[in-house]
Design a binder for this molecule. Structure first.
Ligand SMILES: Nc1ncnc2c1ncn2[C@@H]1O[C@H](COP(=O)(O)OP(=O)(O)OP(=O)(O)O)[C@@H](O)[C@H]1O
Ligand SMILES: O=P(O)(O)OC[C@H]1O[C@](O)(CO)[C@@H](O)[C@@H]1O
Ligand SMILES: [Mg+2]
Length: 536
């Protein structure tokens, strides 16, 4: 159909829209400056957000496309149109104007608000199968589902688009320039989704944008799939900026990975459900131990550096938890409304109790009593003290000193066991959709985006929306209220309810119209995101 013909930008919109950003293609190609420049085709353009507005307050926060900075690129018919599995699907190709609203709860007269480009296959693609050299890298901590995403990227590229050349980058970002690559084929990845971890290996630190992009050019890579958390997505964004600065026809695609669920905008991250499910086993063990002795206390530490989602959802799912402590909700031990008082009350009422604590909770208390290490990991993330051990010891010491209530406390730390398992069935399906969407976008010439689920739909989200902040549990939101009402724990706001963060969140919430979901991420409300539409 369009083979080898020059195509218009796929981002043309109805005449009611206007482009506000400065993302206009610059015509005229740039002369090659070195052997590396064989992929270089155009002048760099600046990287302002690409925002399209329409009627009734419609805003599209669009993602970059090759045609923004490389003119006269040939396009090709999407090979999926001849694929017997897909050709029967009505409307299989996504319409150029399809977008997904960020906010699904609206007022009848309200503005249509922010939208993201809908993910999926396009009628035209910007790569021929033989031309593609794809690369996949995993960075940051482990998370259930990493191998499933790798598998589905390889299989999606191969089976949907006939792409045969896929490289695995070994050991995270530094693997681009310091390690050997791994050849990935549908056969070699066939069974990997049944295993935890990542077959590619991972690492923290080692992000050197220039060396990475040099390596991308040297290896002739033109699609890079980068799987990782908030730090990784920042790294992906830096790679994309450099790729664009050099004018390369290279798709840079992020796939959000975080067991902590701390990546904003998306409904939830893959592996999260698996983690919550696996956490039940630890909570159950803690409960069995606690109820088997007089005044038994089970303490379970779960992951969550700055965001307590795993702890919150594991608590809500279990119903055996009497107290859930997360980083977003400061707590205190002594005095009225404090933790010791609540423990005593629960033990007197019920004879046993279970406490779930996220690893990032109460760090300010820990560093008050233990000399702070204030060390960082290779990526610059602060290393925490073991709050689970600390709180267990504090509770033991308190009740030993009191002498009136002899307790037996068991501390369980299942954190790495939870992170290292393979993903469950629903996460496997989620990983498959994320990976396939990522591939469709790259083949269609989109770049500089994260593939993510928004309100149950696959979308392409510009990097800046993913990296601008972290997703946190909002303790003034309904979900945390549900948790408080299910555990009956104190809110810990009584005597120390003056914390600034809470005030800011409340102020932001007050700006929302009644009945609006706090998933709104407009600038004013950007800190009041929660993860499921059902939280509203
Ligand atoms: N601001 C940044 N710019 C460029 N690269 C970064 C940035 N922050 C982190 N990185 C790189 O991204 C990779 C992963 O970062 P990090 O260790 O913070 O994990 P993460 O992706 O946030 O995942 P996790 O959820 O496990 O913490 C590292 O190689 C790190 O060097
Ligand atoms: O010990 P590591 O591998 O650096 O990772 C620990 C951190 O990684 C995370 O699991 C996020 O990936 C955090 O919850 C945790 O603090
Ligand atoms: Mg991180």
């Amino acid at each position: 159909m369009d083979s080898n013909s020059s195509s218009p930008s796929p981002n043309n919109h109805a005449s009611t829209t206007k482009i506000n950003g400065f993302f206009h293609p610059k015509l005229g190609s740039q002369p090659a400056t070195s052997s590396r420049s064989r992929l270089a085709m155009a002048s760099p353009v600046n990287s302002d957000p690409k925002v399209v507005t329409g009627t009734a307050g419609y805003i599209l926060e669009d993602v970059p496309h090759f045609t923004d900075y490389i003119p006269n690129l040939p396009t090709y018919p999407n090979p999926l149109q001849d694929n017997p599995a897909y050709s029967v699907v009505k409307q299989y190709f996504v319409h150029v104007d399809d977008s997904v609203p960020q906010k699904v709860v609206v007022h009848k007269d309200g503005a249509r608000g922010v939208h993201f480009r809908r993910a999926g296959p396009r009628q035209k693609v910007y790569f021929e199968a033989d031309e593609v050299q794809a690369a996949i890298v995993t960075c940051g901590g482990l998370c259930p589902g990493l191998n499933t995403v790798i598998r589905e990227l390889v299989c999606g590229l191969h089976h949907m688009y006939g792409v045969k050349r896929v490289l695995g980058i070994n050991g995270g970002y530094r693997g681009f320039y310091a390690r050997n690559t791994i050849t990935l084929t549908p056969k070699s990845v066939n069974d990997i989704h049944k295993r935890g971890g990542t077959v590619l290996g991972t690492s923290r630190g080692g992000h050197d944008t220039k060396k990475i992009v040099d390596s991308i050019q040297d290896r002739g890579i033109n699609q890079v799939y980068i799987i990782g958390g908030d730090g990784t997505q920042k790294g992906a964004s830096a790679i994309f900026e450099e790729v664009r600065r050099r004018g390369l026809k290279v798709s840079v695609v992020g796939i959000p990975k975080t067991i902590d669920n701390d990546i904003p905008v998306i409904d939830k991250s893959f592996g999260f459900d698996t983690a919550v499910e696996e956490a039940q086993r630890a909570i159950n063990a803690a409960h069995v131990e606690a109820e088997s002795v007089e005044n038994g206390i089970g303490v379970v530490k779960l992951m969550g550096r700055n965001s307590g989602f795993i702890a919150m959802y594991a608590t809500l799912a279990s119903r055996d938890v009497d107290c859930c402590l997360i980083p977003e909700s400061p707590f205190y031990l002594e005095g009225p409304g404090g933790l010791y008082e609540y423990i005593e009350k629960r033990l007197k009422e019920n004879g046993h109790m279970v406490i779930v604590i996220a690893e990032g909770a109460g760090q300010e208390l820990v560093s008050e009593s233990v000399q702070s290490m204030s060390k960082q990991d290779a990526s610059g993330n602060k290393l925490f003290q073991d709050v689970g051990l600390w709180i267990s010891q504090k509770i033991r010491d308190h009740f030993a000193a009191q002498k009136t209530l002899p307790i037996t406390l068991k501390y369980i730390d299942p954190t790495y066991m939870i992170r290292a398992i393979p993903s469950n069935a629903s996460d496997n399906v989620y990983c498959t959709l994320l990976a396939q969407s990522a591939v469709h976008g790259a083949m269609a010439g989109y770049t500089g985006y994260t593939s993510g689920l928004v309100n149950g739909r696959q979308t392409y989200i510009p990097f800046y929306r993913i990296t601008e902040r972290q997703n946190h549990v909002v303790i003034t939101d309904r979900m945390w209220a549900r948790l408080l009402s299910s555990t009956n724990q104190p809110s810990f706001l009584d005597s120390k309810g003056d914390n600034e963060e809470k005030k800011e969140e409340e102020a932001a919430l007050n700006q929302l119209p009644d009945g609006h979901c706090s998933k709104d991420t407009s600038l004013a409300n950007k800190e009041i995101n929660s993860i499921y539409p059902t939280t509203c």
